[in-house]
Structures are given as structure tokens and as C-alpha cells.
Design a protein around this ligand. Sequence first.
Ligand SMILES: C[S@@+](CC[C@H](N)C(=O)[O-])C[C@H]1O[C@@H](n2cnc3c(N)ncnc32)[C@H](O)[C@@H]1O
Length: 238
Amino acid sequence: MNHDQRRIIQAVRGHWHIHPGGESETRDLLNAMDLVSGQRMLDLGSGFGATVAFARANGLRAVGVDLLAPSLRLARRLHPGLALVAGDASALPFRDGSFDAVTAMCMVGFLSDKTAFFLEVRRVLRPGGRFGADVYTLRDSKSCLARPGGMAHVISLERLLEHLISAGFQVLAVEDLGGSYTESYRAFLEAARRARPELDARFGEGAVDDALSAFRANIAQVLEGGKGGARVVARATR
Ligand SMILES: C[S@@+](CC[C@H](N)C(=O)[O-])C[C@H]1O[C@@H](n2cnc3c(N)ncnc32)[C@H](O)[C@@H]1O
């Protein structure tokens, strides 16, 4: 997705949180993790920095990591002074036990090797530290694998929880977000429809369609019920 497409998507959303549910879901995830002001938090796949900025505004010492240089550049422009590091969430440049909390919003579905990822998250967490994630979940693996798009490595909730437990986590809470994902994408498409004349005038005819094309398969899978979502909170047991 190029910079103009990003600006169009942001204009439709009206905020920089990329995950379904926007800032209110960020708040709900951090609340569910039971964090305390001053704690060290790491946000993986930090995107445009909205989760890190929200955590910092709420008293956490938050750091973000993302793989993509353009996202990091934009995040730094949007939030000067935010602690953002270029890196791969499965091979983190931090010492063992560096964080009280790790978040991953709408990014686990990008990772092909979940075993390496969850072991790495557990390594950088102190014992007893919290992991909190919003994840897409597969309801019917065959239908989704037949229509790849966006996140190629989404798995079922059951499989995801097995990975967490194998890596040394105790699962504390799971909230089904399927309904809110559906609602969120309906609202997104409606907002895109309403904003289209203004965005076409601003960015050029067809630009909105073009920007949306990157999302179409993912949105269709959610709206057709092939993909759901969940909020998961877990505790590092070692
Ligand atoms: C859908 S966006 C979500 C961004 C942000 N968490 C949010 O909800 O606003 C997924 C982000 O994960 C990042 N990402 C994907 N794989 C990654 C990896 N292996 N390590 C770090 N970041 C990764 C992408 O670059 C992208 O910025």
C-alpha cells in the first residue's frame, strides 16, 4: 500500500488505529490486561504507533516494534518522540524479562512461525508479565485458505491458545470479537461510501476503490463469517 492509499484509508477511518474497533478496543485490551501506570510495555507490529501513543498517554512506558520502514516513518511523524524500533517480532532486540506487558493488535495473523513468535514474547516478558492480543481467527480454514488475502497465516482460536500454552503462558481471558469485527467493517465500508465524493475529489477518481482493494478479501472473509476475531490475555508463567 502506497502513501496515498494509506492517507485514504486513514481519512475513511478518521483515526490511526489499524485494528477493528479503533481506540475503544485499544482501551479495552489494555484494561483487560490489568496494567499499572509506569509499567514497561512492548507493542508488536506497532503500525502507525496509535497503540503505543495511547499506552504512553495512559502512563505506561511503551515501546513499539514494526518490520516496515514506511509505517515507522509515518508513526514517527504522527507522534514525535514516541519510542519506536525497527525489528522482527520473532527475533526481538531486547534482553530477557525486559517488559511487564506485550501487546500485539491485529498482527499475529501475519506470522508464519507462531512457535518462534510466542517463545520470543515469553522471553522478553518478566515472569508473571502479561501478553494481550487482538487476533483474527479462522472459523473454517478451508474457505479462508482458498481465498488468501491480507493475512495469510490466520489460524483458529483453539490452535492459537495451544501455541500460547506450549510457549509457557497461562490463558487468563478470551473475548469473542467476531460481532464487533463484523460491525466495524460494515461501518468502515459505509464510511468509505459516504466519504467517496470528497475523497475522489481530493485523491482522484477511483482512488478509494484502489485503496480498498488491499482489504477486500479480508473484509469479505469477516463479513461472510469465515473469519472471526478474539481478544486474548495471557500470563507468562516462567
Ligand atoms: C494490520 S497492522 C496493525 C498495526 C497496529 N498494531 C494497529 O492495530 O494499529 C499489522 C502491523 O504488523 C506489522 N508486522 C507484520 N509482521 C511483523 C513482524 N514479523 N514483526 C514486526 N511487525 C510486523 C506490519 O508491518 C503492520 O504494521
